[in-house]
Design a protein around this ligand. Structure first.
Ligand SMILES: *Cc1c(COP(=O)(O)O)cnc(C)c1O
Length: 365
Protein backbone atom coordinates (compact mmCIF):
# COMPACT_ATOMS: atom_id res chain seq x y z
CA UNK A 1 0.00 0.00 0.00
CA UNK A 2 1.18 3.47 -0.72
CA UNK A 3 0.22 5.81 2.07
CA UNK A 4 1.57 8.69 4.02
CA UNK A 5 4.33 7.95 6.41
CA UNK A 6 2.71 7.22 9.78
CA UNK A 7 5.57 9.18 11.38
CA UNK A 8 3.85 12.38 10.28
CA UNK A 9 1.23 11.52 12.90
CA UNK A 10 2.18 12.54 16.39
CA UNK A 11 1.97 9.36 18.43
CA UNK A 12 0.84 9.51 22.04
CA UNK A 13 0.74 5.92 23.28
CA UNK A 14 -2.01 5.01 25.74
CA UNK A 15 -0.56 5.34 29.26
CA UNK A 16 -2.68 2.45 30.48
CA UNK A 17 -3.59 0.07 27.61
CA UNK A 18 -5.58 -3.12 28.19
CA UNK A 19 -3.48 -6.06 29.40
CA UNK A 20 -2.80 -9.00 27.11
CA UNK A 21 -5.32 -11.03 29.12
CA UNK A 22 -8.04 -8.38 28.76
CA UNK A 23 -7.38 -8.08 25.05
CA UNK A 24 -7.32 -11.87 24.69
CA UNK A 25 -10.74 -12.17 26.35
CA UNK A 26 -12.20 -9.61 23.92
CA UNK A 27 -10.57 -11.18 20.87
CA UNK A 28 -11.87 -14.62 21.87
CA UNK A 29 -15.43 -13.37 21.35
CA UNK A 30 -15.37 -10.00 19.62
CA UNK A 31 -19.00 -9.49 18.55
CA UNK A 32 -19.44 -6.31 16.51
CA UNK A 33 -18.86 -2.64 17.38
CA UNK A 34 -18.85 -3.24 21.12
CA UNK A 35 -15.19 -3.10 22.13
CA UNK A 36 -12.60 -0.72 20.76
CA UNK A 37 -8.82 -0.82 20.51
CA UNK A 38 -6.56 1.23 22.75
CA UNK A 39 -5.99 4.07 20.28
CA UNK A 40 -7.69 6.38 17.83
CA UNK A 41 -6.62 8.80 15.12
CA UNK A 42 -7.69 12.43 15.03
CA UNK A 43 -6.94 15.04 12.38
CA UNK A 44 -8.31 18.56 12.48
CA UNK A 45 -9.42 20.81 9.65
CA UNK A 46 -9.71 24.55 9.92
CA UNK A 47 -10.89 26.75 7.07
CA UNK A 48 -7.94 28.75 5.74
CA UNK A 49 -5.41 26.44 7.42
CA UNK A 50 -6.34 23.06 5.99
CA UNK A 51 -5.66 19.68 7.62
CA UNK A 52 -3.46 19.76 10.71
CA UNK A 53 -2.74 18.25 14.12
CA UNK A 54 -2.73 14.62 12.94
CA UNK A 55 -2.25 12.33 15.90
CA UNK A 56 -2.67 8.81 17.18
CA UNK A 57 -3.65 8.98 20.81
CA UNK A 58 -5.51 7.02 23.48
CA UNK A 59 -9.06 5.97 22.60
CA UNK A 60 -11.37 8.05 24.75
CA UNK A 61 -14.21 10.57 24.94
CA UNK A 62 -14.25 13.67 22.79
CA UNK A 63 -14.99 16.94 24.50
CA UNK A 64 -17.56 18.98 22.57
CA UNK A 65 -19.42 22.23 23.11
CA UNK A 66 -23.21 21.75 23.22
CA UNK A 67 -23.25 24.20 20.31
CA UNK A 68 -21.09 21.95 18.11
CA UNK A 69 -22.62 22.14 14.64
CA UNK A 70 -22.89 18.37 14.03
CA UNK A 71 -25.15 17.94 17.05
CA UNK A 72 -27.71 20.23 15.44
CA UNK A 73 -27.42 19.87 11.68
CA UNK A 74 -25.85 16.42 11.26
CA UNK A 75 -22.96 17.37 9.00
CA UNK A 76 -21.27 13.97 9.37
CA UNK A 77 -19.93 11.21 7.11
CA UNK A 78 -18.22 7.90 7.71
CA UNK A 79 -16.61 4.84 6.17
CA UNK A 80 -16.57 1.18 7.11
CA UNK A 81 -13.74 -1.18 6.22
CA UNK A 82 -11.74 -4.05 7.64
CA UNK A 83 -8.13 -4.99 8.34
CA UNK A 84 -7.53 -8.73 7.93
CA UNK A 85 -5.04 -11.09 9.44
CA UNK A 86 -3.74 -12.68 6.26
CA UNK A 87 -2.73 -16.28 5.70
CA UNK A 88 0.90 -15.08 5.35
CA UNK A 89 0.79 -13.54 8.84
CA UNK A 90 0.71 -9.98 7.58
CA UNK A 91 -2.14 -7.50 7.98
CA UNK A 92 -4.05 -6.62 4.85
CA UNK A 93 -6.63 -4.14 3.63
CA UNK A 94 -9.19 -4.53 0.86
CA UNK A 95 -9.60 -1.76 -1.74
CA UNK A 96 -8.86 0.94 0.81
CA UNK A 97 -8.32 3.55 -1.95
CA UNK A 98 -11.98 3.02 -2.90
CA UNK A 99 -13.04 3.93 0.64
CA UNK A 100 -10.82 7.02 0.46
CA UNK A 101 -12.45 8.06 -2.82
CA UNK A 102 -15.96 7.43 -1.53
CA UNK A 103 -15.19 9.43 1.63
CA UNK A 104 -14.25 12.32 -0.65
CA UNK A 105 -17.49 11.97 -2.64
CA UNK A 106 -19.54 11.88 0.57
CA UNK A 107 -17.68 14.98 1.80
CA UNK A 108 -18.44 16.79 -1.45
CA UNK A 109 -22.18 16.10 -1.11
CA UNK A 110 -22.23 17.23 2.51
CA UNK A 111 -20.25 20.46 1.89
CA UNK A 112 -17.28 19.16 3.87
CA UNK A 113 -13.55 19.34 3.05
CA UNK A 114 -12.05 16.37 1.21
CA UNK A 115 -9.44 14.40 3.10
CA UNK A 116 -6.57 13.62 0.68
CA UNK A 117 -6.28 9.90 -0.17
CA UNK A 118 -2.74 9.73 1.22
CA UNK A 119 -3.86 11.12 4.56
CA UNK A 120 -6.84 8.75 4.70
CA UNK A 121 -4.62 5.72 3.97
CA UNK A 122 -1.92 7.00 6.30
CA UNK A 123 -4.44 7.32 9.13
CA UNK A 124 -5.42 3.66 8.75
CA UNK A 125 -1.80 2.57 8.69
CA UNK A 126 -0.96 4.67 11.75
CA UNK A 127 -3.79 3.13 13.78
CA UNK A 128 -3.13 -0.44 12.64
CA UNK A 129 0.56 0.07 13.33
CA UNK A 130 0.01 0.84 17.01
CA UNK A 131 -2.96 -1.51 17.58
CA UNK A 132 -1.89 -4.45 15.41
CA UNK A 133 -2.27 -6.88 18.33
CA UNK A 134 -6.01 -6.15 18.12
CA UNK A 135 -6.46 -7.72 14.67
CA UNK A 136 -8.13 -11.07 15.42
CA UNK A 137 -6.79 -14.22 13.81
CA UNK A 138 -9.86 -16.48 13.73
CA UNK A 139 -11.74 -17.66 10.65
CA UNK A 140 -13.69 -14.77 9.05
CA UNK A 141 -12.66 -12.33 11.78
CA UNK A 142 -11.18 -8.87 11.22
CA UNK A 143 -10.51 -5.49 12.75
CA UNK A 144 -13.37 -3.22 11.71
CA UNK A 145 -12.13 0.30 10.95
CA UNK A 146 -14.45 3.28 11.25
CA UNK A 147 -13.13 6.52 9.76
CA UNK A 148 -15.56 9.42 10.25
CA UNK A 149 -15.67 13.20 10.02
CA UNK A 150 -17.99 15.74 11.59
CA UNK A 151 -18.57 19.50 11.82
CA UNK A 152 -16.81 20.37 15.08
CA UNK A 153 -17.21 24.14 14.90
CA UNK A 154 -19.05 25.75 17.79
CA UNK A 155 -21.69 27.65 15.83
CA UNK A 156 -25.47 27.47 15.39
CA UNK A 157 -25.77 29.33 12.10
CA UNK A 158 -26.92 27.26 9.15
CA UNK A 159 -23.97 27.09 6.76
CA UNK A 160 -21.15 24.60 6.16
CA UNK A 161 -18.91 24.54 9.21
CA UNK A 162 -15.41 25.99 9.14
CA UNK A 163 -13.91 23.41 11.48
CA UNK A 164 -14.04 19.66 11.14
CA UNK A 165 -12.67 16.72 13.04
CA UNK A 166 -11.71 13.45 11.36
CA UNK A 167 -11.24 10.34 13.49
CA UNK A 168 -10.56 6.65 13.00
CA UNK A 169 -11.57 4.14 15.63
CA UNK A 170 -11.28 0.36 15.38
CA UNK A 171 -13.25 -2.54 16.77
CA UNK A 172 -12.43 -6.25 16.55
CA UNK A 173 -15.17 -8.07 14.64
CA UNK A 174 -16.10 -11.72 14.93
CA UNK A 175 -17.48 -13.90 12.17
CA UNK A 176 -20.83 -12.31 11.37
CA UNK A 177 -22.38 -15.74 11.10
CA UNK A 178 -21.05 -18.29 13.55
CA UNK A 179 -22.00 -21.31 11.45
CA UNK A 180 -21.89 -20.09 7.87
CA UNK A 181 -24.19 -17.53 6.30
CA UNK A 182 -27.75 -17.62 7.60
CA UNK A 183 -30.58 -16.18 5.47
CA UNK A 184 -31.87 -12.80 6.57
CA UNK A 185 -35.60 -12.00 6.51
CA UNK A 186 -36.70 -8.71 4.96
CA UNK A 187 -39.61 -6.36 5.59
CA UNK A 188 -40.63 -4.32 2.53
CA UNK A 189 -41.18 -0.74 3.65
CA UNK A 190 -44.06 0.82 1.69
CA UNK A 191 -44.45 3.73 4.03
CA UNK A 192 -40.85 4.95 4.37
CA UNK A 193 -38.09 5.54 1.83
CA UNK A 194 -34.37 6.05 2.50
CA UNK A 195 -33.37 8.38 -0.33
CA UNK A 196 -34.94 10.47 -3.07
CA UNK A 197 -33.32 11.63 -6.31
CA UNK A 198 -31.23 14.68 -5.45
CA UNK A 199 -31.01 13.63 -1.81
CA UNK A 200 -28.15 12.07 0.09
CA UNK A 201 -28.68 8.38 -0.70
CA UNK A 202 -25.31 8.06 -2.41
CA UNK A 203 -23.41 9.66 0.48
CA UNK A 204 -22.33 7.58 3.44
CA UNK A 205 -23.70 9.95 6.06
CA UNK A 206 -25.09 9.36 9.52
CA UNK A 207 -28.35 11.08 8.59
CA UNK A 208 -29.28 8.28 6.19
CA UNK A 209 -28.97 5.85 9.06
CA UNK A 210 -30.99 8.02 11.45
CA UNK A 211 -33.97 7.92 9.11
CA UNK A 212 -33.64 4.16 8.59
CA UNK A 213 -34.09 3.35 12.27
CA UNK A 214 -37.87 3.79 12.44
CA UNK A 215 -38.48 1.55 9.37
CA UNK A 216 -35.93 -0.91 10.78
CA UNK A 217 -37.93 -1.00 14.03
CA UNK A 218 -41.05 -1.65 11.94
CA UNK A 219 -39.27 -4.61 10.31
CA UNK A 220 -38.56 -6.07 13.74
CA UNK A 221 -42.17 -5.51 14.80
CA UNK A 222 -43.17 -7.66 11.83
CA UNK A 223 -40.75 -10.40 12.70
CA UNK A 224 -38.18 -9.47 10.03
CA UNK A 225 -34.49 -8.80 10.65
CA UNK A 226 -33.90 -6.05 8.08
CA UNK A 227 -35.86 -3.53 6.06
CA UNK A 228 -35.68 -3.30 2.26
CA UNK A 229 -36.43 0.14 0.82
CA UNK A 230 -38.21 0.91 -2.44
CA UNK A 231 -37.51 3.98 -4.59
CA UNK A 232 -38.99 7.26 -3.40
CA UNK A 233 -40.64 8.25 -6.72
CA UNK A 234 -42.53 5.19 -7.95
CA UNK A 235 -42.46 3.34 -4.64
CA UNK A 236 -41.88 0.06 -6.41
CA UNK A 237 -38.23 -0.36 -7.48
CA UNK A 238 -35.88 -1.99 -5.01
CA UNK A 239 -33.26 0.43 -3.65
CA UNK A 240 -31.30 -1.41 -0.97
CA UNK A 241 -31.39 -2.37 2.70
CA UNK A 242 -30.49 0.11 5.46
CA UNK A 243 -26.79 -0.64 4.92
CA UNK A 244 -26.46 -3.36 2.27
CA UNK A 245 -26.85 -3.56 -1.51
CA UNK A 246 -29.08 -6.19 -3.20
CA UNK A 247 -28.45 -8.81 -5.89
CA UNK A 248 -30.84 -11.19 -7.70
CA UNK A 249 -29.62 -14.37 -9.41
CA UNK A 250 -31.32 -15.89 -12.47
CA UNK A 251 -29.72 -19.25 -13.08
CA UNK A 252 -31.72 -19.99 -16.24
CA UNK A 253 -30.01 -17.22 -18.23
CA UNK A 254 -26.98 -16.87 -15.97
CA UNK A 255 -27.60 -13.26 -15.06
CA UNK A 256 -27.20 -11.35 -11.85
CA UNK A 257 -29.44 -8.28 -11.52
CA UNK A 258 -28.76 -5.34 -9.21
CA UNK A 259 -30.34 -1.87 -8.87
CA UNK A 260 -28.41 0.93 -10.63
CA UNK A 261 -26.47 3.65 -8.80
CA UNK A 262 -28.24 6.93 -8.14
CA UNK A 263 -30.04 6.94 -4.83
CA UNK A 264 -28.23 3.88 -3.44
CA UNK A 265 -24.83 3.76 -1.80
CA UNK A 266 -22.09 2.61 -4.18
CA UNK A 267 -20.92 -0.42 -2.19
CA UNK A 268 -17.35 -1.56 -2.66
CA UNK A 269 -18.52 -5.11 -2.00
CA UNK A 270 -21.20 -4.58 -4.68
CA UNK A 271 -18.52 -3.54 -7.14
CA UNK A 272 -16.28 -6.51 -6.29
CA UNK A 273 -19.23 -8.85 -6.83
CA UNK A 274 -19.60 -7.54 -10.40
CA UNK A 275 -16.14 -8.88 -11.16
CA UNK A 276 -16.51 -12.14 -9.24
CA UNK A 277 -19.90 -12.90 -10.81
CA UNK A 278 -18.57 -12.23 -14.32
CA UNK A 279 -15.59 -14.47 -13.65
CA UNK A 280 -18.02 -17.14 -12.48
CA UNK A 281 -19.71 -16.97 -15.91
CA UNK A 282 -22.64 -14.67 -15.11
CA UNK A 283 -23.72 -11.51 -16.84
CA UNK A 284 -24.24 -8.57 -14.46
CA UNK A 285 -27.22 -6.35 -15.28
CA UNK A 286 -27.76 -3.02 -13.51
CA UNK A 287 -31.39 -2.12 -13.92
CA UNK A 288 -34.53 -1.10 -12.08
CA UNK A 289 -35.96 -4.10 -10.28
CA UNK A 290 -39.66 -4.04 -9.41
CA UNK A 291 -40.83 -5.50 -6.11
CA UNK A 292 -43.69 -7.25 -8.00
CA UNK A 293 -41.12 -8.79 -10.35
CA UNK A 294 -39.18 -10.05 -7.33
CA UNK A 295 -42.31 -11.72 -5.92
CA UNK A 296 -43.51 -13.17 -9.26
CA UNK A 297 -40.08 -14.56 -10.14
CA UNK A 298 -39.55 -15.96 -6.66
CA UNK A 299 -42.95 -17.67 -6.85
CA UNK A 300 -42.37 -19.04 -10.35
CA UNK A 301 -38.88 -20.24 -9.43
CA UNK A 302 -37.17 -18.15 -12.13
CA UNK A 303 -35.36 -16.21 -9.42
CA UNK A 304 -33.02 -18.76 -7.92
CA UNK A 305 -31.11 -16.72 -5.33
CA UNK A 306 -31.21 -13.29 -3.72
CA UNK A 307 -28.51 -11.85 -1.50
CA UNK A 308 -27.45 -8.64 0.21
CA UNK A 309 -23.87 -7.41 0.55
CA UNK A 310 -21.71 -4.97 2.47
CA UNK A 311 -18.41 -4.87 4.31
CA UNK A 312 -19.80 -5.80 7.74
CA UNK A 313 -21.74 -8.96 6.81
CA UNK A 314 -19.91 -9.58 3.49
CA UNK A 315 -22.67 -11.51 1.66
CA UNK A 316 -25.95 -12.49 3.28
CA UNK A 317 -28.52 -14.72 1.60
CA UNK A 318 -32.06 -13.37 1.66
CA UNK A 319 -34.70 -15.75 2.97
CA UNK A 320 -38.28 -14.65 3.57
CA UNK A 321 -39.51 -11.30 2.15
CA UNK A 322 -42.68 -9.89 3.67
CA UNK A 323 -45.05 -6.93 3.55
CA UNK A 324 -48.54 -6.54 4.90
CA UNK A 325 -50.12 -8.49 2.04
CA UNK A 326 -47.46 -10.91 0.85
CA UNK A 327 -44.77 -13.28 1.90
CA UNK A 328 -42.39 -15.08 -0.43
CA UNK A 329 -38.88 -16.41 -0.55
CA UNK A 330 -36.41 -16.84 -3.38
CA UNK A 331 -34.84 -20.18 -4.20
CA UNK A 332 -34.82 -22.59 -1.31
CA UNK A 333 -34.64 -19.80 1.24
CA UNK A 334 -31.15 -21.03 2.10
CA UNK A 335 -27.82 -19.70 0.80
CA UNK A 336 -27.74 -20.64 -2.89
CA UNK A 337 -24.71 -22.01 -4.72
CA UNK A 338 -23.64 -18.73 -6.36
CA UNK A 339 -24.15 -16.81 -3.10
CA UNK A 340 -21.91 -19.27 -1.28
CA UNK A 341 -19.33 -19.39 -4.04
CA UNK A 342 -18.92 -15.63 -4.38
CA UNK A 343 -18.89 -15.18 -0.62
CA UNK A 344 -16.12 -17.75 -0.13
CA UNK A 345 -14.17 -16.37 -3.06
CA UNK A 346 -14.33 -12.85 -1.62
CA UNK A 347 -13.38 -13.94 1.91
CA UNK A 348 -10.45 -15.99 0.60
CA UNK A 349 -9.12 -12.99 -1.35
CA UNK A 350 -9.62 -10.62 1.59
CA UNK A 351 -7.79 -12.97 3.96
CA UNK A 352 -4.99 -13.61 1.47
CA UNK A 353 -5.79 -17.32 1.27
CA UNK A 354 -5.86 -17.35 -2.52
CA UNK A 355 -4.12 -15.26 -5.15
CA UNK A 356 -5.68 -11.84 -5.79
CA UNK A 357 -5.73 -11.44 -9.57
CA UNK A 358 -7.60 -8.14 -9.28
CA UNK A 359 -5.09 -6.17 -7.22
CA UNK A 360 -7.70 -5.50 -4.55
CA UNK A 361 -5.62 -6.30 -1.51
CA UNK A 362 -2.67 -4.50 0.04
CA UNK A 363 -0.53 -5.28 3.03
CA UNK A 364 -0.01 -2.74 5.76
CA UNK A 365 3.47 -3.65 6.95
C1 LIG B 1 -21.71 1.17 3.57
C2 LIG B 1 -23.02 0.88 2.93
C3 LIG B 1 -23.21 -0.19 2.03
C4 LIG B 1 -22.13 -1.21 1.73
O1 LIG B 1 -20.98 -0.67 1.18
P1 LIG B 1 -19.62 -1.50 1.21
O2 LIG B 1 -18.62 -0.60 0.61
O3 LIG B 1 -19.85 -2.74 0.42
O4 LIG B 1 -19.37 -1.82 2.65
C5 LIG B 1 -24.44 -0.32 1.43
N1 LIG B 1 -25.46 0.52 1.69
C6 LIG B 1 -25.32 1.55 2.55
C7 LIG B 1 -26.47 2.45 2.80
C8 LIG B 1 -24.10 1.77 3.20
O5 LIG B 1 -23.99 2.78 4.06
Amino acid sequence: MTGSDPSQFEVRPHPNPRSEAERGAILANPGFGRDFTDHMVTIRYTEGKGWHSAEVGPFGPLSLSPATAVLHYAQEIFEGMKAYHRADGRIGLFRAEENAARFQRSAERMAMPQLPTELFLGSLRALIDIDRAWVPEGEDTSLYLRPFMFASEEFLGVRPAMEFTYCVIASPAGAYFKSGPKPVSLWVSHEYTRAAPGGTGAAKCGGNYATSLRPQAEALEHGCEQVVFLDAVHRRYVDELGGMNMFFVYEKDKTVVTPPLGTILAGITRDAIFTLARDAGYEVVERLYDIDEWRADAESGDLTEAFACGTAAVITPVGVVRDKDHEFSAGTGEAGPLTKRIRQNLLDIQHGKVADPYGWTSVVD
